[in-house]
Structure formats: structure tokens, C-alpha cells
Write a protein that binds this ligand. Sequence first.
Ligand code: IPM
Ligand code: MN
Length: 344
Amino acid sequence: SRTIRLAVVPGDGIGQEVVAEGLKVLEAALPADVKLETTEYDLGARRYHRTGETLPDSVLAELKTHDAILLGAIGDPSVPSGVLERGLLLKLRFAFDHHINLRPGRLFPGVKSPLAGEPEIDFVVVREGTEGPYVGNGGTLRTGTEHEVATEVSLNTAYGIERVVRDAYRRAQARPRKKLTLVHKNNVLVHAGHLWTRIFEQVGREFPEVTTDYLHVDAATIFFVTQPERFDVIVTDNLFGDILTDLAAAVTGGIGLAASGNINPGGEFPSMFEPVHGSAPDIAGQGKADPTATVLSVAMLLDHLGFAAEAAAVEAAVAADLAERTGTRTTSQVGDALAARVSG
Ligand code: IPM
Ligand code: MN
């Protein structure tokens, strides 16, 4: 029998509530002979106020010994913007080399899209997770003067681009439509853009069956709304991927359904699964949050750990639940219903 050692970081706001439901469904989905061992870590705003810490090295070292991490949400209005985002969430993604930030965009049957005419939406965004404008490479000059300057320099390495691009090609190759779209802005961001484009073309020679396409990010936002069915796999840099995946969530039923995986494919570090949404302090503690995004992230976690059938069962439970949704239910009612479907 196998034991899964899962680190759980509920974090702030609704993170607590949605993670509890994700764990319910995970327990229900795992085969009887698999033992789930969870360790909860108190990280986020509360810890920051109590101790001034965001992510101590000792906790980072402990997290590293786990098979995977389930994270709820990070961020609170009582903490200055950027402190927890950079000091905790991004620190985890960078320290554990989560260079594949996987974000599916799928419109489930029965879910209302704001788009006209029930489009078929089933794509996955492979967002680069450890480079780009997220690295914190920049600074300020002449602070407080009228000649103040701030830079935020995007870092793009051939190594970093090649590994995410190759991962995206492999995913495209494994899907029925075998289509990969590179999204960048190589008409303006010519230095990084040309490197991305060149590597995209080079790696593409290894995947002759994959059809490729290129879109500038601004044009891509139009097609997300007017022609989302044209996308299969999308590969893009960290910041474009951040923006596009919120748009993807908006057109596929909202942020309450959007799942993500921060993947370290080699398995040297634990991968981390989290809903795309934030901590939503305005509705925290009220049982109003939809745990579905977390449950779908749990499906990605299962798949990553080699439980493909169990992952499919969780997705099927979500699909069945979404197809029949009426009225309002509390966070735990949705979790209970999904867990029951998975066990049933
Ligand atoms: C996300 C979030 C994060 C990001 C923030 C909170 C650092 O928006 O997971 O999409 O920009 O990646
Ligand atoms: Mn985001």
C-alpha cells in the first residue's frame, strides 16, 4: 500500500473553507489501500501579523519532504500588497521550481458562459512559472523626487523557455487536436519575443504532428472572447499567462471553477495545486465560496501523483454536479455533494 504525504496550506480568507472541501473529495477519491497523511501549515496573513514571517526556511525545508502541496489562497487587505504574494506564494513557486503553471480552460456542459452561442471551450494554458517579469529584477532610482524611475525587467532564459515550450508541445501531441499556440508580443518586446519565437520553432521540429500558431497577446484576448474554440494548448510567459488565465476563467463559468497546478515535472520538488482565485476576504467565513476550483485542482493533483482514474472520477463528479446545479448551496454542501458522487 502507498502513503501520500500532502502538505496543506489553507492560507487566507476563503482558502480555509475551500481547502477543507478539497480534502474531503480527495479522501473520497483515493483507493482504499492508499493512505493520505496531511500536514497543515499555518502560513499567510495571521502568521505574518503574529511573527512577521511569510515563509521561514525551516517551513520551506519541511514542505520539500512532501509528495505535493494543496494551497487555498494567499492575500489579505491587512497586509501591504506584495508582501504575501512575493514572500509566500511566489517564493514557493520559485523555490520549488514550478516552471509549468498549468491552467485548464474548459466550459463544462450546463455552465453558463458570458459568451454568445454556447461555444466549445477546452484548452489548457501552459504558463511559464519561474521567469519573466515575476522574477523581481528591477528597482527604483531617485525615490521621492520628481525624477523617480522604476524598472521591472523581464528575465527570459533559453533554458527556461525551452523547457516550458517542450512541455507544451508534449501536451499538444497527446491531445486529439494536437494544436499549440504561442502567445507573446514579439512585435514590441522584440528581445524576449524573438527568443521565444525562435525556440518555439526549433522545438517544433521535434513534433511534426503538432499544428502551431502564433498570436500577439492583445489579439489573443480578442480570440478568447470571439473564437475560444480555436485554442487547444497555449504556451506563454508568466505575466501574459496570468492575465490570459483570468480571462479564461471568466469565459468558462467564472473564477469559482478555475483550477491550476504549479508543476515541477522532474519531481525534484513537490508540485503545488491551487484554485486560480484569491482569498476573497469579502465573503470569507460565510460558507459562500464555491470549492469547485479547489476540487478540480485536487483532480490535477491526483493525476500528477499517478492516479489518473481517480482524477477522472473527480472531474466526472464535478461535471455531473455542474450539469444539475440549481439554487444556492453552502461551501460544504457543494463539497459533500462532490465527495458523495466520487464515493458513489
Ligand atoms: C495567480 C495570482 C498570482 C500571480 C499572484 C497572487 C501573485 O494572480 O495565481 O494567478 O500573479 O501569479
Ligand atoms: Mn492571477
